[in-house]
Design a protein around this ligand. Structure first.
Ligand code: SAM
Length: 205
């Protein structure tokens, strides 16, 4: 990996719209599922500001538990710090989020965040990750994902791959004057059994 992800997070302002769009989807999911408990998985979570920012503003945050997986030690530490005051049960693990084993104790999840991943891995790995996503999901779980739409725009293929993996599209937010997009897909078929020992993707930058 050559990208300085710490610096990327410090310059997040350019992606403020994307963050809001992701947080809106998390809010919607939590509101729709109230008062049930919600288990969240966030892969390549960064400092966790999307989920943790939402939880910080919710009175019902105690019903949410989450596993955040992030490779960078400083970002993982920031996530832990942000999670500390919350009533939610938040586990931050510093590990390779591409390895299925890291999720073994946290599946099935009701909400899976795959944000900031699909623009940094090969198209084949995007597809493999989407095809593996049902292994992380409880019945009816939602996956929130992001991807830029610079040419060649992969989002039409991504949406097809989610459909092929048994998901219905809940939302696709793609403002005309922006290059980011945020998608939400709900598992409409039976979840697939979790497979340990898999490696789904490799960051290219
Ligand atoms: C584009 S950022 C996305 C952060 C956050 N999900 C968001 O959308 O704001 C990508 C993050 O993935 C982390 N990362 C890259 N490869 C990883 C891996 N194999 N396992 C875990 N984290 C990884 C980077 O350190 C970085 O924090």
């Amino acid at each position: 990996m050559s990208t300085d992800w710490l610096q990327w997070h410090d310059a997040y302002a350019g992606l403020a719209g994307r963050l809001t769009a992701v947080q809106n989807q998390i809010e919607r999911h939590l509101t729709n599922t109230n008062p049930d408990s919600v288990r969240v998985i966030s892969a390549c979570a960064g400092d966790g500001r999307d989920l943790l920012g939402v939880l910080a503003g919710r009175k019902d945050a105690a019903r949410v538990s989450a596993l955040l997986v992030e490779y960078d030690a400083t970002l993982a530490a920031r996530a832990r710090e942000a999670a500390e005051p919350l009533p939610s049960a938040i586990e931050v693990v510093r590990a390779d989020a591409a390895r299925s084993d890291v999720y073994a104790h946290a599946v099935p999840a009701d909400l899976v965040l795959l944000c900031g991943i699909f623009g940094n891995i090969s198209d084949a790995d995007v597809r493999a990750t989407i095809e593996a996503a049902p292994e992380l999901c409880a019945p009816g779980a939602e996956v929130v994902w992001t991807r830029h739409r610079r040419e060649p725009d992969l989002t039409p293929a991504i949406r097809d791959w989610f459909a092929g993996a048994g998901f219905d599209e809940v939302a696709f937010v793609a403002p005309e004057n922006e290059t980011w997009s945020v998608g939400v897909h709900r598992l409409a078929t039976a979840p697939r059994p979790f497979e340990p020992g898999r490696h789904w993707f490799t960051f290219l930058r």
